[in-house]
Design a protein around this ligand. Structure first.
Ligand SMILES: *[C@@H]1O[C@H](CO)[C@@H](O)[C@H](O)[C@H]1NC(C)=O
Ligand SMILES: *[C@@H]1O[C@H](CO)[C@@H](O)[C@H](O)[C@H]1NC(C)=O
Length: 294
């Protein structure tokens, strides 16, 4: 028969065991949480695949250099090439050009963005840009900017973001058109050159990288690359279907009301609505350098 003292000791033993067990569980839990945080910080760069949700006709003579969504299933588009440059209002579902402003033959249209009622456009190999009335695409003003060249434009509704074919992402005051901030965009220590068509999406700048099938997702605050969207199968699919005259992926538009992403390319016969998914394949830095750094 157990004495009172033995019963007491047994109780203490059980209590101490429970305390130890709970401590071990807590320590394991905390350390695995710490591990998860460390590892997710390390892999905070995201890679994205996509699925095609919809495809729409796109004017295959449009050398797309600027694209944006303007509500009501319409896009504004800027096209390049000398003698063929234009600003257009396009119905998404039919691809029909509803209004077309043909530019002077000596201008090569580039990036386009909509701020309030006014469309801002830059042009290739000049520092000249134009402002148009969104209602009728009539030219309101001409301006000069301070970038090396005119490639891409976007806006967060307050300031303009610009690219000029280098690895610099510019912030531009929309009133004075003076550059206020520059960020050099780097990946794995290397400059990401040829930043092209831009879109501002949910607090990020998305940039087509010229001559690649990649879109870089960039923090506008500090220029850090947050992720890569890999779209090689879009151009690949068009080529496989026999569309040999197409040029590179270029043109991102964002419908913020319905979270729709549209992409197209220069001389592409189609505009795609896509949805992103985290990539299943694991990409390392070398893969991305090969695919996305021109
Ligand atoms: C939306 O687009 C359709 C077709 O182009 C047009 O008839 C209609 O007036 C537009 N609605 C608005 C609010 O702009
Ligand atoms: C850059 O800004 C993003 C948010 O836009 C933030 O998540 C990231 O940690 C920042 N990176 C650096 C190096 O400051």
């Amino acid at each position: 028969m157990a004495t009172f003292k033995q019963l007491y000791l047994r109780k203490v033993f059980v209590l101490v065991s429970i305390i130890l067990l709970v401590s071990v569980i807590l320590v394991l839990g905390v350390s695995s949480a710490t591990w998860n945080k460390v590892s997710s910080d390390h892999y905070s760069l995201q890679f994205y695949d996509f699925e095609i949700v919809n495809e729409f006709p796109h004017d295959s003579t449009a050398f797309t250099q600027g694209l944006l969504y303007a509500g009501n299933d319409t896009l504004f588009e800027s096209t390049g090439l000398y003698r063929q440059s234009s600003v257009r209002k396009v119905a998404i579902r039919t691809g029909k050009v509803e209004i077309l402003h043909k530019m002077a033959d000596s201008y090569f249209g580039e990036g386009l963005t909509l701020l309030g009622e006014r469309l801002f456009q830059v042009t290739w190999l000049t520092k000249i840009g134009f402002i148009y009335d969104r209602k009728n695409l009539q030219k309101l003003e001409q301006f000069t900017h301070e970038m090396e060249d005119g490639w891409g434009l976007a806006t967060d509704g307050k300031i303009l973001y610009g690219s000029d074919g280098t690895s610099t992402l510019y912030q531009i005051d929309s009133q004075t058109l003076k550059v206020t901030t520059k960020n050099v965009i780097k990946f794995n220590g290397q400059n990401v050159r040829y930043l092209n068509e831009l879109e501002y999406i949910n607090g990020e700048i998305w940039a087509n990288v010229w001559q690649t099938d990649c879109i870089a997702r960039i923090s506008p605050n500090n220029g850090t690359i947050l992720g890569w969207i890999l779209l090689p199968s879009l151009r690949g699919g068009l080529l496989a279907a026999g569309y040999n005259g197409i040029d590179v992926l270029n043109g991102i538009a964002w419908d913020s009301s319905n979270n729709r992403i549209f992409v197209t390319g220069k001389l592409w016969p189609k505009l795609y609505e896509i949805k992103l998914h985290p990539a299943k394949k694991h990409y390392n830095s070398e893969d991305i350098e090969k695919l996305c750094l021109a």
